[in-house]
Design a protein around this ligand. Structure first.
Ligand code: FEO
Length: 397
C-alpha cells in the first residue's frame, strides 16, 4: 500500500511502538515515527532513511511506491542513526545509489558506515534537477547536529526539515496533519524540541531566518506529522521556542523526601491560583520524568523550584534538573525558590545562585523550612512568595 502525501512524493517512514525510550533517555508513551520520503521522478530520490530495526517495512514501502525502479539518489539531511542506520542495507539493495550530503555529512558517513563511494557533496543553496522537480539544499547546522541540512522541492513548495518541527508520537495511519486528530502532538512537539533540540536555540533561530524566504506549503520532518494545515502555528511555536519566549504560566518543580517541601509547593500553588495565575503546573521531580518538566519550563514564563538540602547539596533530582536547564541556556524567566533542611540549609542558597547565573528575574523572598512543618510562619511565607510572583507576572504581561 502506498502513502502519497502529495503528487509523486511518498511517505516511506516507519512507526516504532516498541521502544520505551528515545535515545535510551526520553519516554515514548505513544511511540515515535522515523520519517523517510521518496520522490518519484526521472531520477527517484529518497530523503533520509529510518532506524535499521524497521528495515523490512521500510524496504517494502519503497517497493510499493516505485516497484523495481532504482533509487537514484539518497539525500541525507541528518546523520543521527535513527535516520541513517539503514544506509548500509540501502546500498546493498541499491548499489548504484548516489548519496548526497554536505562535507560534514560525508565525513560522518565515512565515520559511521565507512561509505565513501558514490557520494555527491552539496553546498548551501545548491540545486539539483531530478526531472520535473528541482531540489535545493539549505545547510542548517546544529538543528540538531553540525551536519544538519534541509531539502526543498522548489516547484512543489515542500520542505524536508530534518529533526526541525519533529514530534514524539507514532503516526496512527494518517501522515499529514489535516487528516488526523492533532491534539496529542502539540505537547509532544514541545517535549521533543525542549529535550532534543532545545540547547540549540540560536542555530534554530538562524535556520528559521534562512528558510523564511522560501514559500512553503508543506513541512516534512523526520518525526511526527507532516505539517500542512497547521503550518503557520508550527512555525510560530518554533520561532518563539528558538528565542526562549514563553507563555503565561508557572511551573513548580520540587523534590521532597518526607512531604515537607511538597506541602510548601502546595501552599504556593494555591496562593498563585488565588491571586489570578492560570496555567500552573506542579511537578514532583521524583515522579515526573525530567523530559516533561523541561517541556513545561520551555513553555511557561515562570519557574519556582523547591528542594530539600540533601547531603549538604541540592536534592539529586533537582540538581539534575538545574544542570539540564543550564545546558539548554534557557533565558528570560521569572524565578522563585523554596526548600527545607534538617540541620544546615544549603538548597535555597544554591537555587538562588543558579538563578543569578542564568540572569533570571529572581522574585520574592525564598522560603526555607527547618525540620518539618511546625513553623506556623511557613504557609504565610509561601503565600508572600506566591503573591510577589503573581504581581511580577501581571507586571510583565
Ligand atoms: Fe531524529 Fe537528531 O535525530
Amino acid at each position: 500500500m502506498t502513502n502519497e502525501i502529495i503528487k509523486d512524493v511518498f511517505y516511506v517512514g516507519v512507526n516504532d511502538r516498541t521502544s520505551e525510550l528515545f535515545e535510551r533517555l526520553w519516554p515514548l508513551p505513544l511511540g515515535i515515527s522515523y520519517n523517510s520520503y521518496l520522490i518519484k521522478d526521472k531520477f527517484n530520490v529518497l530523503i533520509d532513511t529510518v532506524e535499521h530495526t524497521h528495515n523490512e517495512l521500510f524496504f517494502k514501502s519503497i517497493k510499493d511506491a516505485i516497484g523495481d525502479e532504482p533509487i537514484d539518489y539518497l539525500v541525507i539531511n541528518h546523520m543521527e542513526p535513527d535516520h541513517s542506520s539503514s544506509i548500509e542495507e540501502l546500498i546493498f539493495h541499491y548499489p548504484e545509489i548516489k548519496i548526497i550530503g554536505n562535507c560534514k555529512t560525508l565525513s560522518m558517513l565515512d565515520g559511521f558506515y565507512s561509505v565513501t563511494d558514490n557520494t555527491v557533496e552539496v553546498k548551501d543553496g545548491d540545486t539539483l534537477c531530478i526531472g520535473e522537480n528541482t531540489l535545493s539544499f539549505h545547510i542548517t547546522p546544529m538543528v540538531h547536529w553540525p551536519e544538519t541540512m534541509m531539502t526543498y522541492i522548489l516547484n512543489k513548495r515542500v520542505l524536508f526539515s530534518g529533526d526541525a518541527f519533529g514530534s514524539f508520537g507514532a503516526l496512527e495511519g494518517a501522515v499529514v496533519d489535516e487528516d488526523m486528530d492533532i491534539a496529542y502532538f502539540w505537547d509532544e512537539m514541545y517535549r521533543y524540541y525542549s529535550n532534543i533540540v532545545g540547547k540549540y536555540g540560536a542555530p534554530v533561530a538562524k535556520a528559521m531566518a534562512k528558510i523564511a524566504p522560501l514559500s512553503i506549503d508543506m513541512v516534512c520532518s523526520t518525526h511526527g506529522p507532516v505539517w500542512k494545515k497547521y503550518l503557520p502555528e508550527v512555525m510560530d511555536i518554533y520561532t518563539r521556542m528558538s528565542r526562549y519566549q514563553a507563555e503565561d504560566g508557572v511551573v513548580i518543580a520540587y523534590g521532597s523526601m518526607y512531604g515537607h517541601t511538597a506541602a510548601m509547593a502546595g501552599y504556593i500553588a494555591e496562593a498563585l491560583s488565588a491571586n489570578g495565575v492560570e496555567n500552573i503546573v506542579v511537578h514532583d521531580v521524583s515522579k515526573s520524568d525530567i523530559s516533561y518538566v523541561l517541556r513545561d519550563i520551555f513553555k511557561y514564563k515562570c519557574l519556582i523550584i523547591g528542594s530539600p538540602t540533601y547531603s549538604g547539596a541540592l536534592f539529586p533530582k533537582i540538581d539534575a534538573l538545574v544542570t539540564q536547564i543550564a545546558l539548554r541556556g534557557i533565558t528570560n524567566r521569572v524565578f522563585g525558590c523554596f526548600g527545607s533542611y534538617s540541620w544546615a540549609g544549603v538548597a535555597v542558597k544554591k537555587l538562588s545562585a543558579f538563578a543569578g547565573s542564568m540572569n533570571w528575574c529572581v522574585t520574592g523572598i525564598p522560603v526555607e523550612m527547618k525540620q518539618g512543618g511546625n513553623d506556623a510562619d511557613i504557609p504565610f511565607a509561601c503565600k508572600e512568595l506566591a503573591v510577589a510572583i503573581a504581581n511580577e507576572l501581571k507586571k510583565q504581561s
